[in-house]
Design a binder for this molecule. Structure first.
Ligand code: CP
Length: 310
């Protein structure tokens, strides 16, 4: 395994997280830097994506590298039965870095075991989405001025939501207080609550998305109920519209509150929230470009301090 791979947020230390945030800030100020000249990056998306794939590809282009890859695996030889192992080994022959999204949990970890090329996990099933977490942390830091001692309310699909799983783990270093708002069918899995218990992280679970919860929050992290994760469509129909945020619900919220959402949204944030200055989800997606530029440089062993001197 290449040690520059990023499969789970737990692969990187607090110091590395802080360095990546600092580097993301550098790229926000200097997004066009031709430091990937001669490098080729593969984006292999076995699951649909808008933001993750396009922000990674933009990041590579703005840094002067080249991109190959696919956004629809049905056009590749995996549709003829080629194994993931063979696909990764083949693509490794062509590129310096592989960014991959796959519907199976553990697929990115498996990929690291069959190649020495660094792998960045762009989402594996309901498991982890560590690059989303880096842009979430950057967004939280930018809007709150700190990552420490914040009350973060996670709402919706906490069972299958890989973004909330990664963010929860990353926040272990910053003394958060979590509110988990979900119905029984989609509540935070036991392994993540056990993680909180082990790390001394405070959390409470709620079925109601109450005013009390909203008004105590520094960050509200809304999530989509993911139809694609359900095997029984009737189960999805039962829970898909349980939590909806409307503008009026924010009337007595804290001044510093910001609404985050990894996107895409369906109905969980009403469009009347979009013009509220506390809505931050579109800027959050923009921050993905800078966070991913920093992550790509880490994967390719590019020292930003040296880049700054050049
Ligand atoms: N947040 C996120 O992963 O969005 P995409 O599915 O559009 O990449």
């Amino acid at each position: 395994m290449n040690s520059n791979s990023l499969v789970s947020i737990s692969d990187i230390s607090k110091e590395e997280i802080l360095r990546l945030l600092e580097n993301a800030r550098y790229f926000e100020e200097n997004p066009n830097h031709k430091i990937l000249d001669g490098k080729v990056v593969a984006t292999l998306f076995f699951e649909p994506s808008t933001r993750t794939r396009l922000s990674f590809e933009t990041a590579v282009n703005r840094l002067g590298g080249r991109v190959i890859g696919f956004s629809d695996a049905s056009t590749t030889s995996s549709s003829k039965g080629e194994t993931l192992k063979d696909t990764i080994k083949m693509v490794s022959n062509y590129v310096d870095l592989i960014v991959m999204r796959h519907y199976l949990e553990g697929a990115a970890r498996y990929a690291t075991e069959v190649t020495d090329t660094p792998i960045i996990n762009a989402g594996d099933g309901a498991h982890q989405h560590p690059t989303q977490t880096m842009l979430d942390l950057y967004s939280i830091y930018k809007t709150q001025g700190t990552l420490d001692n914040l009350t973060i309310t996670m709402v919706g699909d906490l069972k299958y939501g890989r973004t909330v799983h990664s963010l929860l783990m990353a926040m272990q270093y910053f003394n958060p207080t979590f509110n988990f708002v979900a119905c029984d069918e989609l509540k935070m899995p036991a392994e993540y609550k056990e993680f909180c218990d082990k790390k001394g992280i405070k959390y409470t679970e709620h079925k109601d998305f109450s005013q009390e919860v909203i008004n105590s929050s520094d960050i509200i992290y809304m999530t989509r109920v993911q139809r694609e994760r359900f095997t029984d469509i009737m189960e999805y129909e039962k829970v898909k519209n349980l939590y909806n945020l409307h503008n009026a619900m924010l009337d007595n919220s804290k001044d510093n509150l910001r609404i985050l959402h990894p996107l895409p949204r369906v109905t969980e944030i009403d469009q009347d929230v979009d013009d509220n200055p506390k809505a931050y989800y579109f800027q959050q997606a923009q921050n993905g470009l800078y966070a991913r530029q920093a992550i790509i440089c880490r994967a390719l062993n590019i020292d930003i301090k040296e880049v700054q001197k050049s």
